[in-house]
Design a protein around this ligand. Structure first.
Ligand code: ZN
Length: 243
């Protein structure tokens, strides 16, 4: 996997700008893994998507991530330094070879078979505001066979289902164990690599547009001409025009 160049960053940003965050993550995955059919990504287990995104983040912006998180108890803003290799530790698989296995793992509860969730399932519950109702709906989505009784109590299966999903697809939900220095509160915060990576690409794309704007205005160069300059020459010209 190679880092996207300036032209590719802008093309990705342009294509993802009006998309839902779930679709943006899939867009980035499809870019990172051109060897796989893009139509397969919505059905991949969420952990596989997260692993591809963590690798892509490492390639694009390096392994070090500095995230700002507010304490959920006293709202004090904390700066947390993360590392992609630490986040991938224990949840990594050999995703870089042709052994990329896209079959979702399955489990059984009360004689019903389920699979681990994929992005298509997240999209199906994205309009649900109630967390418990969303979890039940997600479990129904993942049920591989119609229950004999329409009164099947999916809600009561949630604890076992969540435990099974955690074991079978540990990278699906990346949690950070945090502690606030101000109030000593400790909690688990969910870390969304898709949102973080998109935000970083958005910042990079807008910075590139600003650079093109300044140099085009000053010298009359086109966007391809500006991107053809070496980073050193571009920086030197930007310096001369006062950017
Ligand atoms: Zn606090």
């Amino acid at each position: 996997m190679q880092a996207p160049g300036d032209t590719e960053i802008l093309a990705l940003w342009e294509r993802g700008l009006s998309r839902h965050p779930i679709d943006r993550a899939l867009l980035l995955c499809a870019w990172a893994r051109p060897d796989l059919p893009s139509s397969s990504f919505p059905d991949l287990p969420l952990g596989k998507i997260n692993r591809v995104l963590l690798h892509l983040r490492e390639i694009c912006f390096g392994p070090r991530i500095i995230a700002c998180i507010d304490c959920e108890h006293c709202s004090t803003r904390m700066e947390v330094t993360l590392d992609t290799s630490q986040l991938l530790a224990g949840i990594n698989e050999d995703d870089t070879t042709n052994k990329f296995d896209n079959r979702p793992a399955e489990f059984e509860i009360s004689n019903l078979r389920f699979r681990v969730p994929c992005s298509r399932d997240l999209a199906a519950i994205s309009g649900e505001r109630d967390i418990k109702a969303a979890a039940v709906k997600l479990l129904k989505q993942c049920c591989l066979e119609l229950p004999e009784s329409r009164k099947t109590d999916f809600a009561s299966m949630l604890p076992k289902a969540e435990a099974a999903m955690e074991i079978l697809d540990p990278a699906a939900d990346i949690n950070l164990s945090l502690s606030c220095e101000d109030c000593d509160h400790s909690w688990l915060a969910s870390f969304n690599i898709g949102s973080l990576l998109w935000d970083e690409i958005d910042v990079r794309a807008r910075a590139l547009l600003a650079e093109v704007h300044s140099l085009a205005q000053a010298y009359g160069w086109t966007e391809p001409e500006i991107f053809a300059l070496s980073p050193q020459r571009r920086a030197a010209y930007l310096d001369m025009v006062g950017i």
